[in-house]
Write a protein that binds this ligand. Structure first.
Ligand SMILES: Cc1cc2nc3c(=O)[nH]c(=O)nc-3n(C[C@H](O)[C@H](O)[C@H](O)COP(=O)(O)OP(=O)(O)OC[C@H]3O[C@@H](n4cnc5c(N)ncnc54)[C@H](O)[C@@H]3O)c2cc1C
Length: 415
């Protein structure tokens, strides 16, 4: 799919400001990678009048190994509705400890919108193109050079000029490496596959997702409902890579399915950034997985991808409109917003890994679940603001995390 919307340099923000010659094309921004982080950044910039080129090495529509769960907070942050590609709205979370003890939680409000990445990402790109973004798929970026005030993006032996560049090319991209940005504290691994409803009871999974804790070291197992199938998946720490298939087999068996019946089994990596990693310099910045923004506890990355895209848009516009010389302020600003979530997320992950029974007993209580639900729905961005009877339970979880080494301490916000 190649969608090319008319973009004239004369209409771009930079060209309008500098009177740039329309025959020498220089984009206001080149976005490398058209996942949720890249396409929503491109969309927002184009809506503000910037000339934007969005590049992806894959031919669209393309799939990406992912549970395809768009949390309420991610959906809320999107600049448009994704209703056309939502296959199931989840309102109930069924939580298990080691496939045994199970509880149901959910206030009845939407928690997660289930989609498939092939459909979602194509839809996001369509919206970007309709907003004026020039999209070229099947176009692999091989290098990026920056000189402080502009960038050159290398594609098929050609060089594309841009005032700014956004690296949104995920964990296997080139941006982070060639720009010498980013850096991860940990990289998780996950494996998932699909089972059609003919082979499993549709009603069992209607409107509900299943999460089984203490099943995969450093992670968990999940079952997500989709339109015509169920998605089974397992994720954990890097060392679990060789055992993921066995974990997936056990998950299937525990929920009445056979691993051999699963189709499209695929694995992928989950990057979790170092608190000290630099995400922007000069005319370049990173968003989404390229920046290592996956949530350590949930393994979600779409919310963080979309959020970083929104911050990136502000930073790029500041440069294009002359309020800033560089994109440097983006990294610290994003870090400040995400720090409380990352700290809490590393804490719950460490507590569940090291003390699964006690941590699960605390985490599955209605009081703590109410906090989790508010985070998932985007109503709470800092657990430290929680008041009332949930507070001692959260403090107990924080103590367990500390006893487990507190891997998120570098993100701990001051105060
Ligand atoms: C098994 C699994 C399950 C997951 N489940 C969920 C979930 O349910 N909910 C959730 O929120 N998150 C989930 N995640 C995390 C989520 O998939 C990622 O965080 C998300 O895809 C990040 O989006 P992105 O736009 O940053 O990068 P990506 O979606 O990885 O997109 C990067 C794009 O860059 C392109 N690209 C790469 N290199 C180049 C190049 N050199 N030139 C041009 N283009 C390039 C790629 O083709 C790709 O299209 C899951 C991850 C895994 C592995």
């Amino acid at each position: 799919m190649t969608v090319t919307a008319a973009v004239t340099a004369g209409a771009s923000v930079t060209a309008a400001r500098t009177g740039q010659d329309a025959r020498v094309k220089r984009y206001d921004c080149v976005v490398v990678g058209a996942g949720p982080a890249g396409s929503t950044t491109a969309y927002r910039l184009a809506r503000e009048g910037a000339s934007v080129l969005l590049l992806d090495r894959a031919r669209f529509p393309r799939d990406k190994p992912c549970g395809g769960g768009v949390t309420g907070r991610a959906a809320r942050l999107l600049p448009f509705s994704i209703d056309p590609v939502v296959e199931e709205v989840v309102t109930i979370a069924e939580l298990g400890l080691g496939y045994d003890k199970r509880v149901e939680r959910g206030s009845g409000k939407p928690l997660v919108y289930m989609t498939q990445r092939k459909r979602l990402d194509a839809y996001l790109v369509e919206q970007a193109a309709a907003a004026g973004v020039e999209f070229r798929d099947g176009t692999k970026v091989s290098g990026i050079e920056t000189n402080g005030k502009s960038a050159k993006v290398r594609v098929n032996g050609d060089s594309i000029a841009a005032r700014t560049v956004v690296g949104a090319d995920g964990i296997n991209g080139v941006s982070a490496r060639v720009l010498e940005l980013g850096g991860n504290q940990a990289v998780g691994v996950a494996l998932e596959g699909n089972l059609p409803y003919g082979r499993i009871d549709r009603e069992r999974f209607r409107g509900r997702l299943l999460i089984d804790f203490a099943t995969v070291p450093g992670g968990y197992a999940w079952v997500f409902p989709k339109g015509d199938h169920v998605n089974f998946g397992v994720g954990g720490s890097t060392e679990e890579g060789p055992r993921l298939r066995e974990h997936l087999r056990r998950l299937c068996e525990r929920h009445g399915a056979e691993l051999d019946d699963l189709g499209e089994i695929r694995g992928f990596r989950l990057p979790m950034r170092l608190a000290s990693s630099c995400l922007s310099r000069g005319p370049a910045l990173l968003v989404g997985d390229a920046a290592g923004l996956v949530d350590p506890a949930s393994g979600d990355g779409m919310y963080e991808g979309i959020l970083s895209g929104s911050h990136a848009t502000g930073a790029v516009l500041d440069v294009l409109e002359g309020r800033e010389e560089t994109l440097d302020p983006y990294g610290p600003r994003l870090t400040r917003q995400l720090a409380p979530l990352l700290w809490a997320s590393w804490s719950i992950k460490a507590a569940l890994d090291r003390f699964p029974r006690t941590s699960f007993a605390l985490a599955q209580t209605q009081l703590v679940w109410n906090v989790v639900e508010r985070i998932l729905q985007g109503d709470l961005a800092d657990v430290r603001l929680t008041r009332g009877p949930a507070r001692p339970l959260l403090k107990a979880l924080a103590l367990l995390a500390r006893a487990a080494g507190d891997p998120g301490r570098a993100f701990r916000p001051a105060g």
